[in-house]
Design a protein around this ligand. Structure first.
Ligand code: AP5
Ligand code: MG
Length: 224
């Protein structure tokens, strides 16, 4: 079995979305970011969006059963039959168990859990200056990764905005939720031998180089 079934983990602002954009190009993997999926649902005013909005605005996690349904649909889609990259899921041990059981039942398994770590003060600096494009959610930072033309997405020309949950109080809340509910997953995946750690405080290209090298090795091993 040579598929790469990956999850990207790490605190808010560690650079999961930034790295995913690059890795998707490298490895041609379908990419499912629960935050992006939920924000699109909020924008469309769909039932999922209406259910999720309050939790997201408060910086809390949406209920496990809601998000598990969303992600299982994607994993069962044809495009994910040969591998996938998940960003922001699982985020609780309960979600990880659902994923593991689902993959198991389909004769599949996770290849690795990629942890990008960064300390709280760095995360706060990053999220305060983050901008995303209205059309596709492409990620920028006013200081660390500015677009060529101020306020305009390099990739699709759409307008850049601030995310609703990037207000200082909500950032603090999201960090608290991460430490309390998501951090236990690090040990969970470490115990299974699936965890790979990456220093997210390095420059984006450097972080990308490290992850890409690890994935290239994993892919080779999977093909043997
Ligand atoms: P989600 O959208 O997943 O947010 P998050 O986990 O808080 O992560 P972020 O997207 O904020 O950060 P990131 O790591 O992607 O960083 P980025 O690359 O943008 O989730 C949002 C909400 O949805 C949750 O709060 C919850 O309510 C709900 N939700 C989602 N999944 C759920 C689940 N499974 N269960 C329940 N609820 C769920 O980078 C950040 C900034 O830093 C950018 O400006 C970037 O340009 C800059 N930057 C990136 N890398 C570097 C670098 N190396 N150096 C300098 N700057 C950098
Ligand atoms: Mg993100």
């Amino acid at each position: 079995m040579s598929e790469l079934n990956l999850v990207l983990m790490g605190p808010p602002g560690a650079g999961k979305g930034t790295q995913a954009e690059r890795l998707v190009d490298d490895f041609d993997l379908p990419y499912y970011a629960t935050g992006d999926i939920l924000r699109a649902a909020v924008k469309d005013g769909s039932e999922l969006g209406r259910e999720a909005r309050g939790y997201m605005d408060r910086g809390e996690l949406v209920p496990d059963d809601l998000i598990c349904r969303v992600i299982m649909e994607r994993i069962d889609s044809e495009e994910a039959a040969d591998g996938f990259l998940l960003d922001g899921f699982p985020r609780t041990v309960a979600q990880a168990l659902v994923l593991e059981e689902a993959l198991d039942g389909r004769g599949r398994s996770l290849t690795a859990a990629l942890l990008i770590y960064a300390p709280d003060d760095e995360v706060i600096r990053r999220l305060s200056g983050r901008r995303i494009c209205v059309k596709n959610g492409h990620v920028y930072h006013v200081e660390f990764d500015p677009p060529k033309n101020e306020g305009v997405c390099d990739q699709d020309g759409s307008r850049l905005i601030q995310r609703d949950d990037d207000k200082p109080e909500t950032i603090k809340k999201r960090l608290g939720v991460y430490h309390e509910q998501t951090e236990p997953l690090i040990e969970y995946y470490d115990d299974k031998g699936l965890l790979r750690r990456f220093d997210g405080t390095r420059a984006p290209d450097e972080v990308h180089g490290h992850i890409r090298a690890t994935l290239a090795t994993l892919k080779l091993e999977a093909e043997l």
